[in-house]
Design a protein around this ligand. Structure first.
Ligand SMILES: NC(=O)c1ccc[n+]([C@@H]2O[C@H](COP(=O)([O-])OP(=O)(O)OC[C@H]3O[C@@H](n4cnc5c(N)ncnc54)[C@H](OP(=O)(O)O)[C@@H]3O)[C@@H](O)[C@H]2O)c1
Length: 260
């Protein structure tokens, strides 16, 4: 990338979903680059432990903020938590998935998922873009998924939610190019985190699982290479192959594999 990372995107970053997995790895990597942080999730005990650890290791300020991102006022509360801070990088990472037959999915859980995966990134971007435009530099990273690239049987609502994130991130990449704001939409493949377990998936059954720290390091290195970034070459190539097939064939192949 061109330029010093902290100069371009610092001094403060907001990271959502920092209590585990990819979000925690973002917080760790950014603190190591000297960023002060605002970290958000529900499990505030974890955020506070992370804040203490990063403050000691890297001499940075880390503000742990407990917010349920399924709540309608979540984005407003994050903007309030960042008032008066010179936020140059917004990492909209928090999210979760639901696997299984769509008809059997819990309607309330799906509604929460749309709030966390879709409403929060839209509202966060809308709230922070004027601030980033005013400073004339900065970045936004959306954590999406390769599942957002096409319909995914047995992951229908999650894949649809990530399709929205991909479309949002791509459009904003183009809109903000003249403003000195880099927008990158991360599409991870299988990554070590708590997500698989929460969806009832044994992570040892997944192929090519990447460590979260590796995904994050590659993402930060590629912040200027938007609009989309695929952290896993294996999953990027698999999806490219599927999307090149007739849609019906691709969907039936995915359905068989998801059933397994
Ligand atoms: N791991 C993968 O294989 C993979 C692949 C593709 C995309 N992704 C995406 O990567 C992102 C990070 O997930 P992960 O894999 O790191 O999973 P994870 O370990 O389960 O982390 C999810 C994070 O999101 C937060 N979160 C979830 N619901 C929330 C809510 N209602 N309010 C506030 N925070 C909430 C969790 O915090 P609390 O529970 O403490 O609130 C946690 O910090 C997600 O957007 C996910 O869709 C992951």
């Amino acid at each position: 990338m061109t330029g010093d990372f902290r100069e371009l995107y610092g001094p403060v970053a907001l990271v959502t979903g920092a209590s585990s997995g990819i979000g925690q790895a973002f917080a760790e990597a950014l603190a190591a680059k000297g960023f002060n942080l605002v970290v958000v999730a529900r499990r505030v005990d974890r955020l506070e432990a992370l804040a203490a650890r990063l403050a000691q290791a890297h001499k940075v300020n880390v503000n742990a903020v407990q917010i349920d991102l399924a709540a309608p006022d979540a984005a407003r509360r994050m903007l309030e938590a960042c008032a008066g801070l010179d936020v140059g990088l917004v990492v909209s990472n928090a999210g979760f998935g639901l696997k299984g037959a769509f008809a059997d999915s819990d309607a309330g859980a799906m509604a929460d998922m749309l709030m966390v995966n879709c409403n929060v990134p839209i509202q966060l971007a809308h709230g922070f873009i004027p601030r980033l435009q005013a400073r004339g530099r900065g970045g936004i990273i959306f954590t999406s998924s390769i599942e957002g690239l096409m319909g995914m049987p047995y992951s229908a609502a999650y894949a649809a939610s990530k399709a929205l994130v991909n479309a949002l991130g791509e459009a904003l990449w183009a809109e903000l190019r003249g403003d000195g704001i880099d927008v990158l939409t991360l599409c991870p493949g299988a990554t070590q985190s708590e997500a698989a377990g929460l969806q009832g998936i044994d992570i040892s059954t997944l192929q090519h699982v990447m460590p979260a720290a590796e995904v994050v390091a590659a993402t930060l290195d590629n912040i200027q290479n938007g609009p989309l970034f695929f952290s896993s070459e294996y999953y990027r190539a698999s999806l490219e192959k599927l999307t090149s097939l007739p849609r019906r064939d691709a969907l039936m192949m995915i359905m068989q594999s998801m059933k397994r």
